[in-house]
Design a protein around this ligand. Sequence first.
Ligand SMILES: [Zn+2]
Length: 180
Amino acid sequence: MLSLLPDYADPRRLCALGKAYEGTVPLAQLSRVTPLLTSTGGEAAFVLQFGTDADGRAVVDVHVRAELPVQCQRCLDTVRLTVDSVSRLALVEGSDEAARLPENLDPLLVGDERLGLRSLIEDELILAVPAVPAHQPEQCPVVLAETDAAATQHGDDDDARDPGPFAALAGLKRESGQND
Ligand SMILES: [Zn+2]
């Protein structure tokens, strides 16, 4: 029972009807996601399944897949983040109800207004982007350069365990402090 994704809908009604939506949306149309991206080409594939869980709660399963171009915070180049994310959201009317949800359910706060269905896709993608995106170390030019530099310098750390003259000086200072 797949339908074209409406912009806005009453989520309770969609759950009661067991509606499902599957399709793709251009990343450029996800206005809350685009500020996180280095370019807005490409699209996100989604499945939204509305229904009722075993406990009688109105829930929506959100499955989003996308490849997001984000900025590596080490080298500032683009890293392509593969997102394949599934969440089950329970419709709640307030924070009290949200706090009572079991751990496997995330709250979806719904009021009297209709819900922007794209916001479900946006939220899933935003949560999938780490606070500090970065390449895998073996793929980041900055890390590779640092690893090379460390390898070149190796051999200078032979007496790292020797506390050195400053440690002795610090010991003297402590003793003179106690004598005052
Ligand atoms: Zn990088």
